[in-house]
Design a protein around this ligand. Structure first.
Ligand code: ADP
Length: 525
């Protein structure tokens, strides 16, 4: 606890909203700087688009999206081309205001001309997205999955996924979208906050019935119908890792700005809520990522007209308590010390989190499931032994070999951060960009420094006119990524984009390594 006036630092800070809730200089904070900005609908769509440009097949789990208002003409033109090439294509689109949540302001359209342009689009940008028309139905109802993911560390990247999640159901039987049913939110939108107002909403004491169920209960049902549940889980794990790989470049820029390397500062971890929709063919599709997923384990019930009471929700409790408990176990600073051989002879002076968790939750002292590995148990007599096996499964670095080839933008971001220069900034100035070009030896007779300046001005002006962040002037990471792709395309023609980018990265990294070596030698000499 951090009572007002406390001077001593804490091991763990549990902020309600963002990293900046308090000024923290040590310990661990449960939020990353910039996470809320990074997972907003528009920023997420941009990050996914960049990855889709590089790896179209690997990133086909995110619906095709356009950003409004700036990409409205592109949206109209692309839909026209697709319709012309396939007249049987009868798409539906979903328009979602940026920064919205709980289904707020969302509507479906059949034609780009139906976008509501009056007033709000200009003042409130939005994402328009292909609507997934054929979701998997259970009891004739559409549902989505809320999965909890722990981003335990950014550098090195460590990701954990909760073994169970929530399934949130619509409350009207699903029909494919038609002009007649487009506005029926209880049929098309799975948000709990909307469906709770339907008279068909069922609060249930059981985890496998009602309008909110555990994901494991759905998996059991699918498995009994012969579905390949193992493949589904592995697709979900892959979706989560790829999404986080798309988000890390931006997060690293925020991180170095708020917690500069070499300065004392906290480390961060964060529980994220992934919203996933299963298609009829069981392919998982990402809808969105929530930086502050609700951890409530109660719901409001209307006892009599106008009289509400908070009552426990067994489904929420089953899933969420385990996620928070195990997040605390994984970031337990005392456990780190126990693991460290140099510290192992020291008896912890403070109670460990495991001790506290056991003490607070006596019901947890049950025998672990047979066959479950207990990698975190520090020994038979450890307080960990009294806790259930971890519900959080490590997926990265465990599966890093399979996914590391996707981390190209991460490497572009490392170049960007190297040339940022001033500490605490997130934007690259013209001098920094010129130094990058010079140090990586990218200018030559056919690409003069004057052309470099024009490239910088063109791209930076366009990104800044999109009005995302007026606080600082200069080139943001996404603009730098665009410039980098542009340079790669110029230099390495007629190979796929990811190969062009990889070649340019290798060239830049090679020149910079040589430069670092030279500087080291000069330093010694
Ligand atoms: P919010 O943050 O407002 O909840 P979401 O992106 O989660 O916004 O969308 C709200 C709901 O709309 C989702 O829970 C889902 O049921 C539905 N939805 C969103 N995007 C799509 C899509 N591309 N295809 C089908 N349904 C979607």
């Amino acid at each position: 606890q951090f009572p007002f006036g406390r001077r001593l630092p804490c091991d763990i800070y549990w902020h309600g909203v963002s990293f900046h809730d308090n000024n923290i200089f040590s310990g661990q904070v449960n939020k990353f700087p910039g996470m809320m900005e990074t997972v907003r609908k528009i920023t997420l769509s941009r990050a996914m688009r960049t990855m889709q440009d590089l790896f179209p097949l690997e990133y086909n789990f995110y619906p095709r999206s356009w950003i409004l208002p700036e990409e409205l003409p592109l949206f109209v033109a692309e839909v026209r081309v697709m319709k012309d090439s396939d007249p049987s294509w009868k798409p539906t689109f979903i328009v979602k205001p940026d920064g919205g949540c709980q289904g707020d302001g969302i509507y479906l359209i059949k034609d780009p001309g139906d976008i509501r342009l009056t007033g709000s689009i200009q003042s409130r940008p939005a994402v328009v997205q292909e609507y997934i028309c054929k979701p998997l139905l259970v009891d004739k109802l559409k549902f989505d999955i809320r999965l909890y993911v722990l981003l335990k560390s950014l550098e090195p990247l460590e990701i954990y996924i909760a073994k169970d999640g929530l399934s949130r159901f619509c409350t009207e039987p699903y029909q494919e979208p038609t002009l007649k049913n487009l506005h029926q939110v209880f049929m098309h939108l799975t948000n709990y906050s909307l469906n709770i107002h339907s008279e068909n909403f069922i609060h249930s004491d059981s985890v496998n019935t009602g309008s909110k169920r555990t994901f494991s209960s759905i998996l059991c049902r699918l498995s009994s119908r012969g579905a390949d549940v193992k493949k589904l889980w592995s697709d979900i794990i892959s979706l989560v890792i790829k999404t986080i790989i798309a988000l890390t470049p931006e997060l690293k820029v925020y991180y170095q700005s708020d917690i500069p390397a070499g300065k004392p500062g906290p480390t961060c971890f964060q529980i994220l809520g992934f919203d996933i929709l299963l298609m009829k063919n069981l392919k998982p599709m990402l809808l969105e990522v929530n930086a502050n997923p609700s951890m409530r384990i109660e719901h409001e019930q209307e006892l009599s007209p106008g009289v509400f009471e908070n009552v426990p929700s067994p489904v929420d409790e089953e899933v969420k308590v385990a996620v928070i408990r195990d997040t605390l176990r994984l970031v337990d600073p005392q456990k780190k010390k126990r693991k460290d051989p140099q510290m192992s002879f020291k008896v912890p002076s403070k109670p460990t989190l495991s001790m506290i968790l056991c003490h607070r939750c006596p019901g947890l002292e049950h025998v672990p499931e047979s066959g479950e590995s207990r990698p975190e148990a520090a020994g038979a007599r450890s307080p960990e032994a009294a806790l259930p096996s971890l519900c959080l499964k490590q997926v990265f670095p465990k599966y890093s070999k399979q996914f590391n080839y996707l981390r190209l933008v991460d490497r572009v971001a490392a170049l960007f951060i190297r040339f940022l220069g001033v500490r605490g900034t997130t934007k690259l100035g013209p001098t920094g960009f010129r130094t990058f070009i010079r140090n990586c030896k990218l200018s030559n007779s056919s690409f003069s420094m004057a052309a470099v300046d024009i490239l910088y001005i063109d791209i930076t002006r366009r990104w800044n006119s999109m009005g995302i962040d007026h606080k600082e002037s200069g080139m943001c990471l996404q603009a730098f990524v665009e410039a980098f792709f542009c340079l790669a395309q110029r230099k390495y023609k007629s190979v796929p984009l990811h190969e062009q980018v990889l070649s340019l990265l290798q060239l830049c990294e090679c020149h910079l390594a040589a430069l670092d070596e030279k500087r080291l030698l000069w330093g010694c000499g």
